[in-house]
Ligand binder design. Sequence first.
Ligand code: M6R
Length: 366
Amino acid sequence: TLGGYADFMAKEIAEQPEAIERLLAGRMGEHGVFLDELSLTKEELAAIDRVYLIACGTSYHVSLIARTLIQTWAKVQVICDYASEFNYEQDVLVTPNTLCVVITQSGETADTLTAARRMRGMGCKVFAITNVLGSTAARESDGTLYVQAGPEVCVASTKAYTAQMVASALLALRLAEARGEMDRSEVERHYRDLCALPDLIREVISRAWQDKRAAALFRRAHSALFLGRGVNATTALEGALKLKEISYLHAEAYPAGEMKHGPIALLEPGFPVVAIVPEDRVHDKTVSNIQEVIARGATCVAVATDGDEAVASLVEHVLWIPPVSDELLVPIVAVVHLQMLARYVARARGCDVDKPRNLAKSVTVE
Ligand code: M6R
């Protein structure tokens, strides 16, 4: 039931902190990160020399974040692929120690299931990250990590998305530990950073009024551009997907530095641009991109870190996020603003946010 919320999307956005708490509870023990669901011994884990991440839609965006976490923390090469592309690729470069991870909220996405079967056929161990107990992906995999986000009714994924990112972080930590890339205190530090996420998300949710205000800037828009760098190029992709899915407003996402290679031609006075520009190593580079946006008269909404006056003085509106100790985890906090923004824009346009046209919760055809 809706339990007092206007729609399931609002309810599921609000449930994100508890979902992440459930997933993280008891994951750090005497012997390090507890991830027995992997069904791989420490030696088998240590031998993994390539990880294939396969998914569709929002779950594919999770894979992009997972790639950065696994490569940065565990120093293993990662390949991400859309299941719908992977299934028709001629050459798949697997090694005897390749691990395949399929990420699928429903566990029933036809393309993703086909990809998992193809990988198993090639002798790869397949691990599933899913939200649905007993789903086909879970049943057909060598190991399954349930993200425990609870039923997600809204077609647009919110709490499964953030929980899947946290699940990927646990996998990255477990791999890093098994491969000796991190000592105990580092693993614990990262785990503490993950445990801080629920409160940071609560804080963002309490700032929903900022998203409501920003939504007014999209009233006359026909299209919107989302920009971000590094891990937040993925946040931009997810923000654009949420907006088009539920508000039917055309939206594109680009790594901010790529804007000058084409999409900048779209900009004109009033064109809405959402820039994700937290305090991180690429902050100043993204600020330069925001200046290019402003110079063309476009309307810029920024997701920025509390206290960032440099950004606040430039843009039309700021969606503030509290500081996040590890910049690689910012996407898990920043995306919550973009979920709320998409919802407010969609509601203002009279759309049914829970059941967008032409879409189903799980896509069971290839
Ligand atoms: O159940 P899955 O995670 O495999 O679903 C994949 C996509 O169909 C799904 O993420 C879709 O993109 C969502 N509706 C996005 O909000």
